[in-house]
Design a protein around this ligand. Structure first.
Ligand code: ASP
Ligand code: MG
Length: 410
């Protein structure tokens, strides 16, 4: 018996049948004697539809009203679930963000949770209510409705679990958990029993789309263990938890790829103080995020500089650098959108040498050229030609002992 927070994503509440199914899950937990707080997303597709409608009115719809509009998706699902529970003779109450006292910053569309006054939720729980809370929304100090950014109901769930000091935070979604790599491109991908917050953060920023990144940051900061699992079966999912010594036995726990970046090279740049600043300041001013940077020195006081930017900003970045190249007397600017960043991730790397060289060897054996390399304490990334993405993921997955059936712990 305890206090359990259960969050259900859009596909889990996509229609009334699914909502009934959610109600069964929730009441099962409740009947075991637990206090249950449920956080919901909007029905899948709803938020997208609302955004589209707003953009039919204006290219830049008023931000305050956008929050009012988008919060209705979750308002609908919490009411429907609470009604369903009540019709099954369970005491249930829905709460919108402001009623659950989810106080946020004022940044429309990407507000941050500042504080959760859990008083009202606790009172409702004392009376043995099932409390159903709208995810993704809150209110600011001026009483405006705010939203937390796409996928934000994950963060609502973790924050509310933390504020209530819940025993469990379960995120029910349409996948079974976190996999060693994308099962769509690698049949041998397997579900991880657990993964550390830091690994999850690396995985998320590199393309695993299961949890909103901010929810993982939040879980890490407040040490909330998160159980990611499917709402369509009873199987255990993946625990996202603090790093433990057990995890270090497995050197690599996941392989990811990200093809949302493009590469820009300025060649034959005069190698002088202030050059990097001249190249990157205008990019920063335009609000473009640079990921990897490489500088090679040539003979004759010249250098080549290569970096990556999100594909969505590629054209703009290329235009900016074409101007910069003229100003600083660089020979030319080259762009390449057909790249992919493949990464191996694992906390076990901290205590093992040779992971990088193994990765390079494996890619070399397949004749895959590495264009750029970057590392963190628990990640090694290589930029390669996009057409090799799937092959690279598969061979690395095998080489690092992650294939299903093989139980390689080293
Ligand atoms: N409904 C919001 C979205 O689609 C929030 C969420 O589902 O987490 O992004
Ligand atoms: Mg989601």
């Amino acid at each position: 018996m305890g206090l359990i927070v259960q969050k259900f994503g859009g596909t889990s509440v996509a229609n009334l049948d699914r909502i009934r199914h959610v109600a069964k899950r929730v009441t099962k937990t409740y009947d075991q004697g637990n206090d249950v707080v449920v956080i919901l997303s909007a029905m899948s597709g709803t938020t997208d539809n609302l955004i589209q409608m707003a953009h039919e009115i204006s290219d830049a719809p008023d931000k305050r009203e956008m929050d009012v509009l988008l919060s209705t998706g979750e308002q609908t699902t919490v009411a429907l679930l609470a009604m369903t529970l009540i019709s099954m003779n369970y005491p249930a109450k829905s709460l919108l963000g402001f009623q659950a006292e989810v106080l946020t910053s004022s940044k429309s569309g990407s507000a941050r949770i500042v504080n959760i006054g859990a008083g009202r939720i606790k009172n409702l729980l004392k009376e043995r209510n099932i409390v159903v809370i709208a995810g993704f929304q809150g209110y600011d100090s001026e009483g405006n409705i705010t939203t937390l950014g796409r996928g934000g109901s994950d963060t609502s769930a973790v924050a509310i679990a933390s504020a209530l000091n819940a025993d469990k935070c379960e995120i029910y979604t349409d996948v079974d958990g976190i996999y060693t790599t994308d099962p769509n491109i690698c049949k041998k991908a397997k579900k991880l029993e657990k993964i550390s917050y830091d690994e999850m953060l690396e995985m998320a920023s590199l393309g695993a789309k299961v949890l909103q990144i901010r929810s993982v940051e939040f879980a890490k900061k407040y040490n909330v263990p998160v159980h990611v699992r499917s709402s369509f079966n009873e199987e255990e999912g993946t625990m996202v938890v603090n790093e433990d010594s057990d995890m270090e036995r497995l050197v690599v726990s996941g392989i990811t790829y990200n093809n949302n970046e493009a590469r820009i090279t300025l060649s034959k740049v005069p190698d002088q103080p202030g050059i990097a600043s001249k190249i990157f300041s205008p990019i920063a001013k335009a609000g473009i995020m640079v990921d990897m940077i490489i500088q090679n020195t040539r003979a004759g006081g010249l250098t080549d500089l290569t970096f990556t930017v999100p594909k969505t900003d590629f054209k703009q970045a290329l235009e900016i650098e074409t101007k910069v190249a003229e100003e600083i007397g660089a020979e030319n600017v080259l762009g390449d959108e057909n790249i992919v960043k493949v990464s191996v991730i694992g906390v076990g790397m901290k205590n093992h040498s040779g992971v990088a060289s193994k990765m390079f060897n494996v890619l070399a054996e397949e004749n895959i050229n590495i264009m750029m390399i970057s590392t963190s304490e628990i990640r090694i990334s290589c930029v390669i030609e996009e057409k090799y993405a799937e092959l690279a993921v598969r061979v690395l997955h095998t080489a690092f002992g992650l294939d299903k059936e093989s139980t390689t712990h080293r």
